[in-house]
Design a protein around this ligand. Sequence first.
Ligand SMILES: Nc1ncnc2c1ncn2[C@@H]1O[C@H](COP(=O)(O)OP(=O)(O)O)[C@@H](O)[C@H]1O
Ligand SMILES: [Mg+2]
Length: 391
Amino acid sequence: MRGFVRRALEKLSKLDTEQIEQLFQTLGEENERLAVVLDSMNDGVFVTDELHRLVLVNKAAERMVPIAPGRIIADRPVWQVIADEDIATFVRETLENDESISDQEFTLDHGGTTRILNCSVIPLVQAGHIRGNILQLVDISEKRGREARLRRAESLASLTTLAAGVAHEIKNPLGSIGIHTQLLQKLVREQSANNLETVESYLGIIEEEIERLNKIVVDFLFAVRPMDTKLEDNDLNLLVEDLLTFVQYELEQAEIELVRDLDPDLAQLHLDPKYFKQAVLNIIKNAISAMPDGGMLRVSTQQRGDQALLRISDNGIGMSDEVRDKIFEPYFTTHDFGSGIGLTLVYKVVKEHMGDISVISKEGHGTTFTITLPVPQRDTHLITWEGREER
Ligand SMILES: Nc1ncnc2c1ncn2[C@@H]1O[C@H](COP(=O)(O)OP(=O)(O)O)[C@@H](O)[C@H]1O
Ligand SMILES: [Mg+2]
């Protein structure tokens, strides 16, 4: 309660009519202001008391969810007021179990258009006691639409790069097959085909080139195939440990010292272990290639706010800026027998995990890859109604 109201109440019996009128006026204005604020908000808000009865609802909430006709009245639990079955069930179960839940998503058919609502139930705390709950609704349809458009544009752009890459890769083997076929035709025409050794070597070359073409196509399909990632709660540290055990022998053979620095307080992350391990393995394999005379591989994890960081550093040959700018492009490789597809997969996997990847590299000094992943939000904040003057 506001300090001045409390003081006025204490002295109520001593106030004259005019002063009481004044008090009501002030309270009324304040009430009005709060209602306007609530109704001007873009987020939908339902407020309930301890018995889950609806005590307040703003305009946005009424726009967002269908309200059972004639039911905006007190004395009913809030879930009887909400006419959408899924949301009503969610609200009832959450409130009855005394839980607070954030970021539960619902898809609603809203007069022919689909809306995506993000719902949170937050306890309403007043003077240290839970006095009810707030159901907050955020319409995230636009945001989702933007994200989807961006992903489509991104994947279209990468598909174009990929197609250009394939076209370029295919030109050389096709040219070579063409030349050797012509040479064979010439041999046949001149009837010097008794030179079987030459014929055989030409055919061998053609066969090799066809194999190369096949590999390009297989890699291409691999790069464009949609991923069936299943993101589930996983311990990134455990996953990294697993992988390091797997490459330990190879590191020893290459005389590479392994330093690990894993944050013990790292939250559980949404990961697909199969794909994520493959991605990290690709980065480590590149690091090993970059340290032909041995060196140091440093793997660290760290939680920073609502992000988890995974860093993989080597002190190998490093890259020039030109190379660094191309490494995620399909088929880009500086390795003699490289496919140039390793980091393309890494990029794809990180994006599937809603993460980001960045690279810092210096020629002759080494390279650091940093993968950032979102930490799933579970903890809700408590909202309090306590007036500032009362603290
Ligand atoms: N740790 C690293 N140090 C130096 N260069 C690297 C490193 N990681 C990647 N690269 C560069 O990126 C290129 C592309 O890597 P990748 O996509 O895995 O294909 P590939 O390993 O088949 O060459 C490599 O050929 C190399 O030039
Ligand atoms: Mg590689």
